[in-house]
Design a protein around this ligand. Structure first.
Ligand code: UDP
Length: 323
């Protein structure tokens, strides 16, 4: 198949592009390199089945010309990261909503299937765990920028299903805390890149709050498997949780990374106000219910956190200097 991957030079996108090429698809990668990097595509950059286009999903003419050449779109281009959300809400709102609207609008006339990468952030601070795809979203006030990313991605999902109602084949995936090689602290923030970088540099691992909050960290290979299984047209017009239901508190994560890096770094705790400014409200726990993905996608994430962390740390050891 001829496939367009928006955001294909990013962390998750670049792994998807690589896998698609391995599976013999022809891929156009569109990325404006705002967070992605050409070097993430080094293994496929000169492959005859791969074309890299430096540009934005906000450039409609360019996007139209690329979508017209393809049979399938993976839409990953997004403005993300807690820091961006808090400090640059306009960029987050416009980047996510305008980009997704462009992709859907331009895919619609020829009914080109779109697989949209959303986020478990859309569930917000719902405390009814685990989250199934039709769980409610519980978000804070609009005066708190912190919620704008969750809101923008949820509106993107609404757009997807509005187009699905008009006959566009669409599948939505909600990622649960992806990690792995190429997720760098500088570009993506994210607790795992930050802790590994600090541990390898011998600097303190800074836990926000009391560290009892937890996440289900999901290794990139499992993310790619789950996302690619949505190519199947039987799962059009559906939304899926893609993640691993292995719960880890941030304190446990810090401890594991310190040990696996064999690091002398201290683990320290700081209040959220210092990390993100006043009024920041963290999601306490986030666990995916995988029943639907198990059943319809045959998705069973397999990579244990310790195995994934070892692979990620190995990548950092090789690449930290270059970041
Ligand atoms: N966190 C932390 N130290 C850091 C970065 C993040 O303790 O340097 C915490 C953060 O408060 C949250 C969890 O780690 O509870 C995951 O944060 P991340 O930004 O990776 O993703 P989120 O799931 O919040 O979107």
């Amino acid at each position: 198949m001829k496939v367009l991957v928006t955001g294909g030079a990013g962390f998750i996108g670049s792994h998807i592009v690589k896998k698609l090429i391995e599976l013999n698809h022809t891929v156009i990668t569109l990325d404006d390199l705002s967070t992605g990097k050409k070097s993430f595509l080094s293994e496929v950059m000169n492959h005859p089945n791969h074309t890299f286009v430096n540009g934005s999903v906000l450039n409609r003419n360019l996007l139209e010309s690329l979508i017209d050449q393809c049979e399938l779109v993976f839409h990953l281009a997004a403005v993300l990261g807690v820091k961006n959300t808090v400090e640059n809400p306009l960029k987050v709102i416009e980047g996510n909503i305008d980009g997704t609207r462009n992709v859907l609008e331009l895919a619609y006339p020829k009914k080109i299937k779109v697989i949209f990468s959303s986020t478990s952030e859309v569930y917000g601070k719902n405390d009814q765990l685990p989250f199934s795809e039709n769980s409610s979203r519980v978000l804070g006030p609009t005066t708190t920028h912190r919620w704008c990313y969750a809101t923008a991605k949820a509106l993107d999902e609404h757009l997807c299903f509005a187009y699905a109602q008009k006959g566009l084949p669409v599948t939505v995936v909600r990622y649960f805390n992806a990690y792995g090689p190429r997720a760098t602290a500088t570009q993506y923030g994210g607790v795992i890149p930050k802790f590994i970088t600090s541990a390898l540099k011998g600097e303190p691992l800074t836990v926000y709050g009391d560290g009892t909050q937890s996440r289900c960290f999901t290794y990139i290979d499992d993310m790619v498997t789950g996302t690619l299984s949505c190519i199947d047209n039987q799962v059009n017009n559906e939304v899926f949780n893609i993640g691993k239901d292995q719960v880890l508190s941030i304190n446990e994560l810090a401890g594991k990374i310190k040990i696996l890096c064999n690091s002398p770094s201290p683990i320290i705790h700081i209040p959220y106000e210092i990390a993100y400014g006043n009024g920041y409200e963290d999601t306490q726990n986030r666990i995916p219910d995988l029943t639907k993905a198990n059943k319809l996608l045959n998705f069973y994430p397999s990579i244990d956190i310790e195995v994934g962390l070892r692979k990620t740390i190995a990548w950092y050891k090789e690449n930290l200097e270059k970041e």
